[in-house]
Design a protein. Sequence first.
Length: 149
Amino acid sequence: MSIRNQPFYEPIDYDNIAFDHPNPSYEETVLFMVANYQYMITCMAFSIAKPFRKQIWTNYPFLFCVVFLFIFNGFCIFLPADNRVSIVFDLLPFETKNGTSYYSYKYWIALGILLNSLMTYGAEKLIVNVITRKADASKKLKKEMAFHM
């Protein structure tokens, strides 16, 4: 669901943009929410392939950071719009000027994040690992064949 099709959406007023302070927008709010999770999922997905190939829970500092950031980013998405975190990060509320709240849009964002996360992690775990192992086995076989000649 596009943010621009939502009833609470207001486009940026390009005539009143200031370069000396933030200019919050709905696009920026959604991008912040989604990108934080994409960064974390990418880090987790890349940690399972070469040269690491260890489970995430074997690296305690990394595991602590990932858990903390998942919780913190969950707060960024699901806390009401008038909280301190939203104010510090200039996250706009999903509500119209007359006060009608569209909190359900946050569930759509969370669903998109979940689906993207599963696909990213699954692709790295299943597809890339399988291809990498087959390529490694093929390369090893070629080296052994060349050595025995």
